[in-house]
Design a protein. Structure first.
Length: 139
């Protein structure tokens, strides 16, 4: 192996080690309220609409959209969020652990598409219609 080839390989390895890593933005706290439409027919999807407003620490209408959650018995539910986040429109996978004995529902949104690609959110909601959590956008 020639001296030039050896130096090239060393520089290549150093370049791979020193490549800057992309970091997501730090999570931002957020809160809001939700509306829920629970159909009388158990085979009809449940619809949750999530909202924020100026009274919840963010500009009015920062998040507004709805989750369509197909009927499935059990605590773990999946659905699709479609709506606006910070004036960006798209869809996200919505995962919900429904109200348990403590009266708290835990949810997350990820795997987003459209303008919301890279959006991640997690939160908790209560039976009184309010929720809080945190979100961030990947770079």
């Amino acid at each position: 192996m020639s001296k030039h080839t050896l130096w090239f390989l060393v520089l290549l390895l150093l370049g791979l080690i020193l490549v800057p890593t992309a970091f997501a933005t730090q999570p931002t706290e957020i809160s809001g309220y939700f509306d829920e439409f629970v159909p009388g027919d158990p085979t009809t999807p449940t619809i949750y609409c999530l909202h924020t407003g100026k009274n919840y620490g963010v500009p009015d209408g920062f998040i507004t959209g709805c989750v369509i959650q197909p009927y499935k018995p059990g605590l773990a539910q999946k659905g699709t969020f479609t709506g606006w986040v910070d004036r960006k429109y798209g869809t996200c996978e919505y995962n919900l652990r429904t109200f348990d004995l403590d009266g708290i529902a835990r949810f997350s949104m990820n795997r987003c598409a459209g303008d919301l690609a890279g959006f991640h959110m997690k939160g908790v909601g209560w039976t009184n219609g309010f929720w809080e959590g945190s979100y961030h956008f990947d770079p």
